[in-house]
Design a protein around this ligand. Structure first.
Ligand SMILES: Nc1ncnc2c1ncn2[C@@H]1O[C@H](COP(=O)(O)OP(=O)(O)OP(=O)(O)O)[C@@H](O)[C@H]1O
Length: 318
């Protein structure tokens, strides 16, 4: 059974089509990644699923039946993209309030809230006003609020944005635990490396349309081709002529000190290795790899505007 079924959904805003004939099936259990560049329509899709917006065309069903996120909210935990807590409320009171809204008794909501605050390492802030917390801490509070009622479906819109690596790791561990317990997580992100490591299935959308969909392994297999990861240890400029040869290379993501490339049709990785060695290029890595989701994303939707800055190509040791 699908936890979420999106069938041929279109949503327009004043003539702009934010979501265009989109179909997705999010199965029960596991982590489903909704990936796409800025403005792709991820948040709009999530708002449609949550019933905050209504589709102009198409149909959305949750838990195998009709009904939007609005009237099924006790079964869903939702972290919206626009973070919003009542700034003047104390952290613990706020969580208790969110728990009570979802039908948990005050005592139980308080107990669970304290467990979450401990887990998220912000228990010392329980009696502080929300406005006294940093943005990242507020995000953790809101995340806890979305999970307090132990929902079977958790929908997280860019859950890791703005978090430092340590806090992102804490949140990631929790998301993985939720899925390991058999519950369903739908998360949106444009951080491909994270999606690749966490998600069982992904849908890549661009300009409101689906461009790739399936298990991470399927999406990689569909992309096809043979891929090689290179790391340069010296004489990088000597590689340029080899890497510009269309008989060898179909496309390349060049990071300067390293590169990921797709071999041209019919070309063998061994030919590339020979050509590089003959050109006198120093290599610290030469590996036939699966294409990364990042490479697939970039190939399908164009450059990822939020990707980490590329290392500067110096031609020197990596
Ligand atoms: N309420 C609205 N009114 C008008 N246009 C909107 C509205 N909501 C979204 N859009 C437009 O729809 C498109 C998709 O926006 P959406 O927020 O869904 O993208 P996104 O993939 O979540 O992007 P990001 O990663 O930048 O948050 C954008 O062009 C956006 O400007």
């Amino acid at each position: 059974m699908s936890s979420i079924s999106v069938e041929s959904v279109t949503k327009r805003f004043a003539g702009h089509t934010a979501v265009s004939n989109l179909s997705l099936q999010v199965p029960s259990g596991g982590i489903y990644g909704l990936l796409g560049p800025n403005g792709a329509g991820k948040s709009t899709t999530i708002r449609l699923i949550m019933g905050i917006l209504q589709p102009d065309e198409g149909r959305i069903a949750l838990f195998g039946a009709g009904g939007s996120g609005r009237n099924l909210s006790s079964r869903i935990g939702y972290l919206p993209e626009e973070r919003g807590l009542y700034k003047k409320m104390k952290v613990l009171d706020h969580l208790v309030f969110l728990g009570e809204v979802k039908g948990i008794s005050r005592t139980e909501a308080r107990r669970r809230a304290m467990v979450w605050l401990e887990r998220l390492e912000i228990a010392n802030w329980a009696q502080k006003k929300v406005e006294d917390l940093s943005k990242g801490m507020q995000q953790k509070v809101q995340f806890a609020g979305a999970l307090l009622h132990e929902p079977e479906l958790v929908i997280l819109d860019e859950p890791f944005s703005g978090l430092d690596p340590i806090n992102a790791q804490v949140m990631k561990d929790i998301v993985v635990e939720i899925a390991a317990a058999g519950r369903t997580v739908l998360l949106s992100t444009h951080v491909m490396e994270q999606a690749e490591r966490m998600c069982d299935r992904v849908a890549i959308i661009a300009r409101g349309k689906l461009v790739a969909n399936g298990t991470v392994a399927q999406v990689k297999a569909d992309f096809g081709g043979r891929h090689v990861a290179l790391g340069f240890s010296g004489n990088r400029p000597l590689a340029d002529a080899v890497l510009a040869d269309p008989r060898l290379i179909a496309r390349m993501d060049d990071y300067g000190a390293s590169a990921e490339l797709k071999m041209a049709e019919g070309a063998q990785p061994e030919q590339l290795l020979t050509a590089l060695v003959n050109a006198g290029v120093g290599l610290r890595r030469f590996e036939v790899v699966e294409p990364s989701l990042h490479a697939i994303f970039v190939a399908k939707v164009g450059a990822d505007p939020d990707a980490a800055p590329l290392p500067v190509a110096t031609g020197a040791a990596a």
